[in-house]
Design a protein around this ligand. Structure first.
Ligand SMILES: Cc1ncc(COP(=O)(O)O)c(C=O)c1O
Length: 392
């Protein structure tokens, strides 16, 4: 059996894998074992914010594995504290908890919200239609992707969905029993859908009236990807809980949640915990990643790339109005929505040495490293132009 046959034989068939045998990665590129080079424009699904093999991240990992790889959360660990200090400082929030993944961060946020709100008679948590918050039973109860939910009922009680950007539905739904509203301000998996300012303003108004918590899911959009450290910063509001993961571990498994002053005293000893969460090697990689992004000018680059691509895709749409519907997103979190299924385009780009992702059937999703240049963008646009030209 070759590698792909073995994979198909040994694993549950939960992933639709690409037929690529990757040997190594460097910068924005992946190199297959057959020697072919690919420009990777979806970077480990928003994990690889610095691209591959960043020397600063590698050095931080090498240094930490020689000190200790794991202690347990009985110990105060300086890599955890160093990363926490940076995240507290950049967010202005009060408290933090480290998990291993995004979905665990969401679980932690659900628990934090419940412990905070249940004594006040607040039990209902709402998410938005088309949302993705993870696949454990709590997170899946908030995820609104029918394909991912199918077969897993019953879900967590007192959870529900509100129409995306539907201000009337929001007003009609939330009340004094509302515990929290969780949302991705820029939906990733759902097809790069951007929350409207009107919806965000209504949410803040209603929080004032009913006292619920706003939970920002920054797992995909956070850590500088949209040109600001957190996606919600585009809206001039402050959530109560932030969940983050993906890029923060520099390629190692790490996530977490931040809580503001309203929830700062909610968790006490034993209220929540994890064996591996906040692994010191992942935190050391996280410190290096954070410093590269924040001090290295990468958020500015991400913002500039998003603006550049918006113009390029507008030109593409002018030339191919029957194919290109819309460009959406901020910074290095972009979607090109098509009037047709995106997967054949994604496959053809792969043949031409460019890796992108298709989500929500018609959306070509781009999650490139924040180190990407306009030359890389031009390469993608040129190939899209060639492919679209052949389709017309
Ligand atoms: C917005 C959002 N929330 C939650 C998750 C779940 O994170 P993880 O896959 O690390 O568990 C993801 C993963 O794609 C995500 O994009």
């Amino acid at each position: 059996m070759d590698l792909f046959e073995k994979e198909s034989s040994y694993f549950f068939h939960t992933y639709k894998r690409l037929h690529l045998d990757i040997e190594r990665g460097e910068g924005c590129y992946l190199y297959a074992r057959d020697g072919k080079r690919y420009l990777d424009l979806f970077g480990g699904l928003a994990v690889n914010a610095l691209g591959y093999s960043n020397p600063r991240v590698i050095a931080a990992i090498e240094k930490q594995i020689r000190r200790y790889m794991h202690l347990s959360n009985y110990y105060v660990q300086d890599p955890q504290v160093g990363l926490a200090e940076r995240l507290i400082s950049v967010s202005g929030f009060q408290r933090l908890f480290f998990s291993n993944s995004g979905t665990e961060a969401v679980e932690g946020a659900i628990k934090l919200a419940r412990k905070w709100g249940t004594p006040q008679g607040k039990t209902w948590i709402y998410s938005l239609s088309n949302s993705f918050h993870g696949r454990t039973m709590g997170a899946l109860s908030l995820t609104d992707r029918p394909h991912y939910r199918e077969g897993y009922a019953p879900f967590l009680p007192d959870t529900g969905h509100i129409g995306f950007n539907d201000v009337a539905a929001l007003r009609a739904t939330v009340n004094a029993q509302t515990l929290a509203v969780i949302l991705e301000f820029i939906q990733g998996e759902g097809g790069i859908n951007v929350v409207s300012q009107e919806f965000a303003d209504a949410l803040v108004d209603l929080r004032k009236k009913f006292g619920f918590l706003i939970i920002a899911d920054e797992i995909q959009a956070g850590i500088g990807r949209t040109g600001k450290f957190f996606g919600f910063e585009h809206y001039g509001l402050r959530p109560d809980i932030i969940v983050f993961a993906k890029a923060i571990g520099g390629g190692l498994p790490l996530g977490g949640l931040l809580g503001n002053e309203r929830v700062a005293e909610t968790f006490g000893p034993g209220a929540h915990g994890t064996t591996f969460g906040g692994n010191p090697v992942a935190c050391a990689a996280g410190i290096a990643t954070f410093d590269e992004i924040v001090s290295g000018g990468l958020m500015k680059n991400a913002g500039a790339i998003g603006a550049y691509m918006k113009d390029q895709v507008a030109a593409l749409q002018k030339d191919f109005p029957a194919i290109v519907k819309e460009f959406r997103g901020y910074g290095c979190m972009m979607g090109i929505d098509l009037h047709r299924p995106g997967q054949p385009i994604v496959d053809e780009l792969q043949n031409r040495g460019i890796l992108v992702n298709c989500t929500s059937n018609t959306v070509i999703r781009l999650l490139p490293p924040l180190t990407i240049t306009t030359e890389h963008c031009d390469l993608l646009i040129r190939e899209l132009r060639n492919i679209f030209g052949g389709l017309q």
